[in-house]
Design a protein around this ligand. Sequence first.
Ligand code: AMP
Length: 126
Amino acid sequence: MSYDDQNIFAKILRGEIPNDTVYEDDHVLAFRDIQPQAPTHVLVIPKGPYVSFDDFAENASDAELAAYVRAIGKVARAEGVAPVAGGNGFRMIANAGEDGVQEVPHLHVHILGGRRIGRMVQRAET
Ligand code: AMP
């Protein structure tokens, strides 16, 4: 699957659509999900054109990979949900492709916290 530069997160990165930014550096943008599923619901995206985690893992530079992982930790700490910083915990979700039910084809990790998130996987789609 090739990268579609008309996807909504590409438009956010180009500044064509507003977003509620919580963190930004040279390689990463993190912003609040427009339809939050928990008190903390932040999306962390690389600035590069990567469709999914497997694309990113295969094609991103070491600097991009490191920045992305670090940024996820920084966001979790800043949101007060990181256990090593006294938070009550969180879940990271990265949906990929059709079976993963990925809606936006630009890699994003959801960080969900602030309430008990529940079971990891539902048996049937809802
Ligand atoms: P996924 O199903 O993993 O692709 O998740 C896509 C997520 O993007 C959903 O949780 C949407 O609520 C969220 N989303 C879609 N458009 C926007 C937007 N303009 N700003 C913030 N979040 C968005």
